[in-house]
Design a protein around this ligand. Structure first.
Ligand code: PLP
Length: 367
């Protein structure tokens, strides 16, 4: 005799998920149709076109993985790394390390280039690592959610062409909130999530692959070591044949379609600008409270800010109080930054001045 479900009405200003837009919630509440229903197949096509737009790519293979960001991450690795392939991973935070672990599990000969958490790689540093290791794939985290740093991508694709390797990037905390130009940057594989900058629920994760990456896939000597994420099979599901592969989480795809439509309606550039304007407002208010930020201004993400916890302050207790007394979620530090920073996300629907005002007013009370 459980009561019908009720959930607290939280303002999600942590590293994700962010609150879903009301129109997205409405879309997800519509009745499911069959996953091979012509109406659903048409929606899949719309998702693909909209994803190409938000990522600024013409890649034919652009679709969503039915799973969270980690599943889409695994799709890029599973379809690009063959046993013995050299994989160079830039590690300056938690998610760089996840890529290292994953590429190793697929038999990659993994090498790393590392920087202190919160810093980014220069072109010269990347060139020198490519010169040393000559990998088949360079993997970088564009938006490192554990640190709040944005890896500049200009010129990296050209370097990869010079060294004959593919470029794979994580855009989980950048898609929809931070400028991304996949084709202009020469990115070959990318993945993201639905629950951050796009303002949807978690579980339907953008994935894309360039023609160069597809050529490498076609030349494999071994089968992709993951049935569910094999693009040879997934491509037939998302392609014109629409061959049954798995039962898509229909309502999540309704939500993703609506979230992407909202970004297109606002306009991609306006959406990026909104994220930047609101985060600058947040930074200014945090500075007025005497709080300092972990990442140098030039490399800060507009979607995720790491705030240094002042000496003598119990960061966990403050976050707990924000949640229980003010219904506001913020994140704590991950890995090396545990106990040292709070992580404040202003993503998607939540990137607005009212979110900052509510957080700052609550912070003033609890501190
Ligand atoms: N990569 C980055 C940069 C992330 O921030 C996250 C999650 O926050 C992931 C990958 C994994 O995504 P998910 O938690 O949706 O599986």
């Amino acid at each position: 005799n459980l009561a019908p479900l009720q959930v607290p009405d939280r303002l999600l200003l942590g590293p994700g998920p962010s609150n879903a837009h009301p129109a997205v919630l409405h879309a997800m509440s519509l009745s499911p149709v069959g996953h091979l229903d012509p109406a659903f197949l048409a929606l899949m096509g719309e998702i693909q076109s909209l994803l190409r737009y938000v990522w600024q790519t013409e890649n034919a293979v652009t679709f969503a993985i039915s799973g969270t960001g980690t599943a889409a991450m695994e799709a890029t690795i599973a379809n690009s790394v063959e046993p013995g392939d050299g994989v160079l991973v830039g590690v300056a935070g938690y998610f760089g390390n996840r890529l290292v672990d994953m590429a190793g599990r697929y038999g990659g000969d993994v090498k790393t280039i590392a920087k202190p958490w919160g810093q980014v790689f220069s072109l010269e540093e990347l060139r020198s690592a490519l010169e040393t290791h000559h990998p088949a794939i360079l993997a970088l985290v564009h938006a490192e959610t554990s640190t709040g740093a944005r890896q500049p991508m200009e010129g990296v694709g050209e370097l990869c062409r010079q060294y004959g390797c593919l470029l794979l990037i994580d855009t989980v905390t950048s898609l929809g909130g931070v400028p991304i130009f996949l084709d202009e940057w020469g990115v070959d594989l990318a993945y993201s999530c639905s629950q951050k900058g796009l303002g949807c629920s978690p579980g339907a994760s953008p994935f894309t692959m360039s023609d160069r990456a597809l050529e490498k896939l076609a030349q494999r000597k071994t089968k992709v070591a993951n049935w569910y994420l094999d693009v040879n099979l997934l491509g037939k599901y998302w392609g014109a044949e629409h061959t049954y592969h798995h039962t898509a989480p229909i309502n999540l795809y309704y939500g993703l379609r609506e979230a992407l439509r909202l970004v297109a309606e606002e306009g991609l550039v306006a959406c990026w600008q909104r994220h930047q304007t609101n985060v600058e407002y947040l930074w200014q208010q945090l500075a007025e409270l005497g709080l300092s930020l972990h990442v140098e201004k030039e490399f800060r993400l507009p979607t995720l800010t790491t705030v240094c916890i002042p000496d003598g302050v119990d960061g966990k207790a403050i976050a707990r109080q924000l949640l229980t007394e003010h219904n506001i979620e913020i994140g704590g530090g991950l890995g090396e930054l545990a106990g040292k920073v709070w992580r404040v996300g202003l993503m998607g629907y939540n990137s607005k001045p009212e979110s900052c005002d509510r957080l700052i007013a609550a912070l003033k009370q609890v501190m």
